[in-house]
Design a protein around this ligand. Structure first.
Ligand code: SF4
Length: 472
């Protein structure tokens, strides 16, 4: 998963994009980048590097990113080593000057890359954004001279949506002419539009992954970009929208369950409220005959759910695990060794709250089970009597091909285990999951992707995914 942003029409475009990336840091911590374009000189300015946003940029690099429009990216690498050439934004200068960022994953990447390669296209990276860039460049190469630029771009995006399967949101710059964006046909990955009207009545626009960015930058939320929609914002402030290839709306349920900031809202459903409701509904799944002394969250995502669950059960809510804020979230580090190390470093325990107690631990999800098992072992080593684990996400039994790091089926702890077997594997005294109906109710009936829970994928060609592709 990644965080993306684009700003058009602001005198401080790069500074705003930089602030936005700080707000989106939870979506990826491996690298960051900003591409700006200067209409006066017709020049792109690019800075990107490995590391967190505040490590990648300083005043000097930010000052060099001149222009009234800019796009930015913060990266969460899911597979293999991170290579410099895979970092975003990516840009090309032929047949048109174009730069792009994306969030998501192309599920038929290998097949489409092979097709392009047969046409003598060569790749600089293993990033699936480059595939989209090639497709758009190809379409421009075959367009008629004199054709309207926006029509040409819309035709190129239609081709992308027709041929490229997966969950992706893209933001791009077409030279200094305009900012554009599109969302895959099912709208799996989020994309939000905001606007700011200055004292002089001049508008600037922001496209981004989460509404928390708009609030921070003082932009007004306009709406979620629709599935299969293409949006163009011209240099003159003209906004054009085209529904190119809309299909059933299936936003990723995991944005509400785990990934997004609690202060964000998608498709009219606030993340914090959804997590509270999930906690209330999860309370129904806890057997009445188990003795619970305290309900505790695994910090931080599951806190609202744990509060609501404790209220429903009438049990004390306690923070038994204290998070070391200077260690990053274990789920988004790449590679198993780093993950194990991160778990050890991440939490300390308040002995007085756990010694001799039965603790009902609430987590947002159980993916591999590595983190859960370590936490349970940690709490037991501090004298806890019994540890029960409740998950607001139903059992994850299938991989995600649309941009979330749910690994192969074999690595998923719930894949081939019954719930009691999961409990045994995690050394828990009981494991309780929310049901898929609870998820639907917590999202107020909103249709959503839940392929990792059911195996019913919105795009059929999942088997074409290439191992080693850099999802984002
Ligand atoms: S498969 Fe799961 S994680 Fe992936 S997009 Fe669908 S709901 Fe989200």
């Amino acid at each position: 998963m990644c965080g993306i942003v684009g700003v058009m029409g602001s005198p401080q475009a790069s500074q705003e994009v930089h602030s936005a990336l700080l707000m989106l840091q939870h979506r990826g911590q491996d690298s960051a980048g900003i591409l700006s374009v200067d209409a006066q000189t017709g020049k792109f300015h690019l800075h990107k590097a490995l590391g967190q946003v505040n490590q990648v940029f300083n005043k000097k690099t930010l000052d060099s990113l001149i222009g009234q429009s800019a796009i930015g990216h913060t990266r969460y690498s899911t597979i293999g080593e991170i290579k410099e050439q895979d970092l975003q934004p990516m840009a090309a200068s032929f047949p048109v000057g174009i730069g792009m960022v994306h969030n998501g994953n192309v599920s038929n990447y290998a097949e489409k890359r092979e097709e392009l390669h047969k046409n003598q296209r060569y790749f600089m990276s293993d990033n699936d954004l480059e595939l989209i860039l090639h497709k758009i460049a190809d379409q421009f190469s075959t367009s008629q001279t004199g054709q309207d630029l926006i029509e040409m771009l819309a035709a190129a995006v239609t081709r992308v949506m027709t041929e490229i399967e997966g969950g992706y949101s893209v933001i791009g710059l077409l030279g200094a002419k305009g900012l554009f964006a599109f969302r895959d046909c099912h709208g799996i990955r989020p994309l939000i539009l905001g606007e700011y009207v200055g004292a002089d009545g001049k508008k600037s626009y922001c496209l981004t992954s989460e509404t928390c960015v708009l609030q921070f930058l003082n932009y007004k939320y306009v709406r979620d970009i629709r599935p299969g929609e293409f949006v163009w914002i011209g240099q003159n402030g003209q906004l054009i929208s085209k529904d190119l290839l809309p299909k059933k709306s299936l936003p990723c349920m995991f944005e509400w369950v785990y990934f997004s900031g609690a202060d964000s809202t998608f498709e009219g459903k606030n993340v914090y409220e959804a997590r509270l409701r999930l906690g209330e509904l999860l309370a129904k799944r806890i057997p009445a005959d188990i003795k619970i002394d305290v309900v505790a969250p695994v910090p931080d995502t599951s806190r609202p759910a744990a509060i609501a669950l404790a209220e429903k059960l009438g049990k004390p809510f306690r923070e038994v695990l204290i998070k070391n804020r200077y260690v990053q979230r274990s789920f988004i580090t790449n590679g198993q060794d780093k993950r194990m190390m991160a778990v050890k470093l991440k939490f300390s325990v308040i002995d007085e709250l756990v010694a001799g107690k039965n603790v009902l631990l609430v987590d947002d999800s159980i993916v591999r089970g590595t983190t859960s098992r370590k936490i349970i072992e940690l709490l037991k080593s501090h004298g806890a009597n019994k540890i029960y684990l409740a998950s607001t996400c139903p059992p994850i039994t299938h991989p995600c091909y649309y941009g979330i790091d749910f690994p192969s089926r074999e690595e998923l702890v719930a894949n081939d285990r019954t719930v009691p077997q999961v409990a045994e594997h995690l050394h828990a005294d009981g494991v309780y999951y929310a049901q898929t109906d609870d998820l639907t109710e917590a999202l107020s009936g909103l249709t959503h992707c839940r392929a990792c829970l059911t195996g019913e994928y919105p795009y059929p060609a999942v088997q074409h995914r290439s191992v080693g592709v850099q999802r984002c």
